[in-house]
Design a protein around this ligand. Structure first.
Ligand code: Q9C
Ligand code: ZN
Length: 688
């Protein structure tokens, strides 16, 4: 196979700075890629088995993978710059900066000695220069995103940052790139709330310390912990470090107390911890400490989540902060896994359809324990977690862990070097992103194409007893679903005269094609009949009403007291029920039906729903809307064609009755749907 090397288009300095902040006239905002070879020009100069992992190849391999796959050429290349003293001093002390400034002039012996003052880090005469570029790269990314020149982006940097502290280098890190970027965004752009998601496998204690008492920066980190046996072995990395003073509740630690965590563990933590809190927080900017040592094959993390999981983690963050999402590389030491993970992440930033989350398993017992603990620790700070269960009794958990400890580490050490996993699947964006079936008098929304029934299908006779027009429309819908299945069209929107009838027709057609269909009904009266209950479809019907228990595993009524218009309740249902169910079911097609009436969601909440569900079924989704709701065409089409949904504002507490009903429903369903679990099984001793 031959690959043509294409360099990304260089963005001129003048272009980068010659626009107004927030200017969005360029309708398709792109993805920034920041990389400079200069950051490969430092390395370990002596023998140190603990540091040899952090090599220049980490960066070249990541960038080469992006170039080879054609992704780099699709990004907007933004140049790095050197961070200024003032930038560094946003987080670090003057004494520390002055000390690091001297390192380029040190002898090898001096460098070694200087290094010994800190933990697990090395210095090279070019380290200081690269550290300035790494921090500067993060700031360039923030500038590009906050000014509206690009929508989102990724900075490939060395050295990493999240372990470095006010006055100390640590864990391969010199300056805290992401912490500096967060302060910079607040200072320069007035960002009021910044969310930092640290999915690196190590705890970014440096970031935690920088914002511990600061409620304007929400820091979320998951990390290999093993009950404090894993580096950096800090007491304050546990779930009960929630922040200090005014910052209480704004530091979220999810400890992994075992190795081998899988995609289902990561997605469970996103659904049941991060996403509800992040949406309630409502950030103006999302920064990711994008370490890929949390992926399979990494010698540090020893986890089993595949690179594909980052497609989903990224997708799930892309509708916060109006899409302002900045990824900054941290760790990642298996070069194969790293390159793949970087590509998968950038591909999601670019808007390509996410891969199917195939054979997803529910979270393991150790994860459930952590999830239960962190939700319990945070329930007094976040109304979305108010209903969370108590923490499990600690003696139970530690006992079991102790017994399994030996076995776990033995297994891991042996399997470490020959872990294999399949290459991430190619993600092909269909030629047509969004097709619409709407009356001729309704304008075709930007970025969409009208779907016309192929000529041969038009004359086909139908037994059904409708006017010719309606028949044509229904045949259009089934033809559209057929095009989606052939991957000719990604998603679609149809205005129909009767949502129920249209839904029924499409379901019949799709299930005949042996497709697994996720049906999401919104705003109806909860009496959907004629739906198959045999597993060929999973229906989640969110409507106004009082709690009713599902009759079967595949038809799930979700009743909200005041209907979907209550955004907090809808958010609760979406993250706690709908998304976990959807991911576990793994549909080939999503049908989203919006029923007419007053029980519907707000426009913004509707767009969020459309966007979030776009992460399933390789993006294949058909949205059905009642004919007269023409005002929904634009916002729905906008979300289907990849524009980030608007922010929902800082969400108020959901209605207590809804919270209780949703919780009872979740408890009822968790036997069948393991991704719904948020606490350890009281009786069960099985551990997957
Ligand atoms: N036996 C980042 O991923 N390892 N830093 C210490 C002790 C230090 C990781 C091993 C790992 C630092 C950015
Ligand atoms: Zn790491």
């Amino acid at each position: 196979m031959t690959h043509k090397k294409v360099s990304p288009a260089r963005l001129q300095k003048s272009e980068l700075f010659s626009f107004f902040p927030g200017d969005c006239r360029t309708s398709k905002m792109g993805t920034a890629l920041i990389y400079d070879e200069e950051m490969t020009r430092y390395k370990l100069l002596w023998l140190d088995p603990d540091c040899e992992l952090e090599r220049p190849e980490r960066l070249t391999v990541s960038y080469e993978a992006l170039v080879q796959s054609g992704l780099a050429a699709r990004c907007i290349s933004v140049p790095v710059r050197k961070a200024t003293d003032d930038d560094i001093l946003l987080i670090h002390s003057e004494e520390y900066l002055e000390a690091v400034k001297k390192t380029p002039y040190m002898t090898l012996e001096d460098l070694r000695e200087f290094t010994l003052k800190y933990g697990y880090v090395y210095f090279h005469p070019n380290s200081y220069h690269c550290a300035l570029l790494a921090a500067g790269a993060a700031l360039q990314l923030v500038d590009a995103v906050m000014s509206g020149r690009v929508r989102n982006g990724m900075a490939l940097v060395r050295p990493p940052g999240h372990h470095s502290m006010r006055s100390a280098a640590n864990g391969f890190c010199v300056f805290n790139n992401v912490a500096i970027a967060a302060k910079y965004a607040q200072q320069k752009y007035g960002a009021q709330r910044v969310l930092i998601v640290d999915w690196d496998i190590h705890h970014g204690q440096g970031v935690q310390y920088a914002f511990e008492d600061d409620p304007s920066v929400l820091y979320f980190s998951w990390h290999r912990y093993e009950h404090q046996k894993f580096w950096p072995e800090l007491r304050e990395s546990d779930y009960d470090s929630v922040g200090e003073g005014k910052g209480a509740g704004f530091n979220i630690n999810v400890p992994w107390n075992k190795v081998g965590m899988r995609n289902g563990d990561y997605l469970a933590v996103f659904c049941h911890v991060l996403l509800p809190v992040a949406y309630q927080f409502c950030p103006d900017l999302v920064l990711v400490c994008a370490g890929f040592d949390s992926a399979i094959g990494d010698p540090e993390g020893e986890m089993c989540a595949t690179p594909d999981v980052f497609a989903h983690l990224t997708h799930l963050l892309m509708n916060l902060a109006e899409g302002k999402l900045c990824m900054v590389l941290e760790g990642g030491y298996n070069l194969t896994s790293l390159g793949q993970s970087v590509c998968v992440t950038v591909q999601s930033l670019l808007g390509d359809p996410a891969p199917r989350p195939a054979n997803l398993q529910g979270p393991c017992q150790s994860t459930l324990e952590s999830v239960q603990c962190v939700r319990a620790a945070h329930r007094k700070y976040w109304s979305c977690l108010k209903h969370a269960a108590e923490a499990p009794p600690s003696d139970v958990s530690t006992k079991r862990i102790k017994i399994e400890e030996k076995l776990q580490s033995g297994e891991a050490a042996e399997g470490k070097d020959h872990v294999t996993w399949p290459e991430p699947e190619k993600r092909v964006a269909p030629p047509v992103r969004t097709a619409v079936v709407i009356p001729e008098d309704v304008d075709c929304p930007d970025g969409c194409e009208r779907f016309h029934l192929p000529n041969n299908a038009r004359s086909r006779s139908t037994k059904e007893d409708f006017e010719g027009d309606a028949v044509t429309k229904l045949s259009s819908l089934t033809a559209l679903v057929g095009e989606m299945e052939k991957n000719e069209i990604r998603n679609g929107l149809a205005l129909v005269s009767d949502v129920s009838v249209a839904l029924e027709t499409v379901i019949k057609h799709a299930t005949a094609l042996k497709q697994r269909v996720l049906v999401v009904c919104v705003g109806g009266n909860g009496v959907m009949s004629h739906l198959p209950e045999d597993g060929t479809t999973l229906t989640v019907d969110i409507h106004k009403g009082a709690l009713e228990m599902p009759r079967c595993k595949h038809y799930i009524p979700v009743s909200l007291k005041n209907g979907c218009g209550e955004t907090s309740g809808l958010a609760q249902a979406t993250f706690g029920l709908l998304l976990p169910l959807a991911y576990e079911y793994d549909p080939a097609l999503v049908l989203l039906a919006r029923f007419p009436g007053t029980g519907g969601p707000s426009e913004g909440a509707w767009q969020q729903l459309v966007s979030l569900l776009g992460g399933l079924a390789r993006g294949h989704m058909l949205v059905l809307v009642q004919e007269d709701e023409k005002a929904l065409v634009e916002p729905t089409a906008s979300s289907l064609s990849g524009s980030p949904a608007p922010s929902l504002g800082q969400l108020p507490a959901p209605v207590a009755d809804d919270v209780e009903a949703l919780e009872r429903l979740r408890l009822h369903l968790q036997a069948d749907w393991t991704l719904l679990r948020t606490s350890v099984q009281e009786s069960g001793s099985e551990d997957n």
